[in-house]
Design a protein around this ligand. Structure first.
Ligand code: ATP
Length: 355
């Protein structure tokens, strides 16, 4: 187990900057998730840490030791990939034991450790099978067992669940979380799935276009998104973002004014669907009309169009049934409003949003 430090780590291919100089300190035993849309530089960052890609600048330290010039096998990190990377001709036991074999461990010790790792991920009865005789979830567990069999300094996991169906993903997510907590191994995990990031991470690094936009606990990034990108990326459905202006102590858009203590300017008001309530027309902060309603199971999502054409989603109680075109009011929870500068996209200080 070890700390991992990235110091001004950067990657370029010719003129193209895949990763701008970024720094990140991962604590011993911490579970960090790199979250972002396709192409933002997550995998590139991970591959540099693993030693599979050479940095264009900056340093990588594992356990306080600079590893830039070390080949992958000397970095003592275990990788788990999306496509499992299992050897088809080897049995489950041989796959799991392979990292021990290449390190020259004796057969008896190897068998003991393989059994322990297989038991941890509940693969004990399947040790004699080959990968093609396993389900996707079982294959992924073999890949996990192969990662834990030699207690590395860190786990690097790149979209390990993305080949699994939705139900299995939820089960494996819990298994990975449990495993990480039990073993206490420092883990960096890459995903574009915000639910995975929120549920697994101690801290999430939200990335976009080659840089970390925000680093924080899941609560931090959900409750205090640093900018419009993070606000719009986290949450399902994501935060409502309503453009308008602040003037004379109120957020204004055509036909509505919401009292706000903020400096005048062109802004975007953010409010999450669960902090938006549907009221009778005229009884809320905004008026609109229903565009669509969607039953999700535990609640109903009501999308309403407000003056100016913006669509706002409210999460409301099951049983809400009104056709498109019905006039409604929307009440926004004043304690949970977010305000962003339109131009820079940056969050405006929270104390200025108190209504
Ligand atoms: P995804 O979720 O799609 O895997 P990602 O965030 O992991 O996305 P990266 O694989 O890190 O993205 O790629 C970041 C950027 O660098 C992309 O625009 C990609 O096209 C580019 N890139 C990756 N590898 C190379 C390469 N060998 N040569 C040139 N550009 C590359």
């Amino acid at each position: 187990m070890a700390t991992i430090s990235l110091r001004d780590l950067t990657k370029r291919w010719g003129d193209f900057v895949a990763l701008k100089p970024q720094s990140l300190e991962v604590a011993d035993g911490e579970f960090i998730v790199l979250l972002g849309p396709s192409g933002c530089g997550k995998t590139t960052t991970m591959r540099m840490i693993a030693g599979l890609e050479e940095p264009s600048g900056g340093d990588i330290l594992i356990g306080g030791r600079r590893v830039n010039d070390d080949p992958p096998k000397d970095r003592d990190v275990a990788m788990v990939f999306q496509n499992y990377g299992l050897y088809p001709h080897m049995t489950v036991a041989e796959n799991i034991g392979y990292p021990l074999k290449v390190r020259g461990l004796g057969r008896t010790e190897r068998e003991k450790r393989v059994k322990a790792a297989a038991d941890t991920v509940e693969l004990g009865p399947l040790l004699a099978r080959r990968p093609r005789e396993l389900s996707g979830g079982q294959r992924q567990r073999v890949a996990l067992a192969r990662a834990i069999v030699r207690t590395p300094q860190a786990f690097l996991m790149d979209e390990p669940l993305s080949n699994l169906d939705a139900r299995l993903r939820v089960t494996m997510r819990a298994e990975i979380k449990h495993l990480q907590q039990t073993l206490g191994v420092t883990t960096i995990y890459v995903t574009h799935d915000q639910i995975e990031a929120m549920t697994l991470a101690h801290r999430v690094a939200v990335m976009s276009a080659g840089e970390i936009r925000q680093l924080g606990t899941p609560e931090d990034i959900y409750d205090h998104p640093a900018d419009l990108f993070v606000a719009g990326f986290i949450g399902s459905p994501p935060m409502n973002l309503i453009p308008g202006t602040v003037e004379g102590g109120a957020f204004r858009l055509p036909g509505a004014a919401i009292a706000l203590d903020a400096a005048p300017g062109t802004v975007v008001l953010g409010v999450r669907p669960e902090d938006t309530a549907v009221t009778a027309p005229g009884a809320g902060d905004l008026d609109g009309e229903i565009y669509a309603t969607e039953m999700t199971g535990e609640s109903v999502l009501v999308t309403a169009t407000i003056p100016g054409g913006t669509r706002v989603i409210a999460r409301t109680a099951r049983g809400f049934r009104h056709p498109p075109g019905t006039p409604v009011g929307l009440r926004l929870d004043r304690a949970r409003l977010h305000l962003f500068d339109k131009e820079s996209g940056k969050r405006l200080a929270a104390e200025r949003v108190t209504a």
